[in-house]
Design a protein around this ligand. Structure first.
Ligand code: ADP
Length: 221
């Protein structure tokens, strides 16, 4: 039986978390839980949460800690995450969220195995995001060559591939500033707990994936 895992992945917008999480989720046979994808699904379905989150997301802000903690608490108790584990992407993003997650993991008696920090410098992620296109339905990421049409059809699910509403230069810069302000302290938080593995995210996606798997295998207890 392939062992499951309970993983968190940190990293700047555009560091490649989405792409790598799809692979990690297959490798460890655990659900990829992306809070950004969950919020975008709520926006598409126009639920009360989606309507509230849309404004904040388009402006590049953060949805409130209370809301996010509630969503993640529920999701981690679903049978797949409860039995196999998860790769958590986009959460925690603030110290308050990290402390709440410590409590949730403790009360479920299921501590996080490894926190991965997928490290890519700001100049590189800025370049990547300007050419990033995403499938509206399944979240698959694509890179625009600059010569392709505004939208195209997803190879994986047939959905529309487009630029995210929040991938404008203003919103991206704001999110990167917020990342530095709010999420950098998490690196210290998990470093102090001895759970952090910093992984170089620059290079071919296959090479980055190998580094991530090695980091999980070497660091989990
Ligand atoms: P990015 O990392 O590029 O900002 P995500 O897909 O992870 O993209 O998230 C998109 C948006 O959803 C964020 O900019 C933020 O507004 C909101 N969001 C996602 N996760 C969280 C979270 N843990 N706390 C607060 N807001 C969140």
């Amino acid at each position: 039986m392939i062992p499951g895992a309970r993983l968190i992945i940190l990293g700047r917008q555009g560091a490649g978390k989405g792409t790598q999480c799809v692979r990690l989720s297959r490798h460890f046979v655990v659900p990829h839980i992306s809070t950004g994808d969950m919020l975008r699904a709520a926006v598409r379905e126009a639920t009360p949460l989606g309507l509230e989150a849309k404004k904040v997301m388009d402006a590049g802000g953060l949805v409130s800690d209370d809301i996010m903690i509630g969503i993640v608490r529920d999701r981690l108790q679903a049978p797949d995450a409860d039995t196999r584990g998860y790769i958590l992407d986009g959460f925690p993003r603030t110290i308050e969220q990290a402390e709440a997650l410590d409590e949730i993991a403790h009360s479920l008696r299921k501590p996080v195995d490894v926190v991965l920090d997928l490290n890519v410098p700001r100049e590189i992620v800025l370049e990547r995001i300007s050419s990033r296109r995403v499938c509206r339905d399944c979240g698959t990421n694509y890179t625009s060559t600059g010569n392709d049409p505004q939208t195209w059809i997803c190879d994986v699910c047939g959905g529309d591939v487009l630029q995210r509403d929040d991938d404008t230069p203003e919103s991206v810069n704001r999110r990167l500033d917020l990342y530095e302000e709010q999420t950098f302290p998490l690196i210290k938080h998990y470093g102090d707990q001895n759970r952090l593995a910093v992984v170089n995210g620059v290079g071919h996606p296959d090479a980055v994936f190998e580094r991530l798997v090695k980091a999980v295998d070497n660091n989990r207890r």
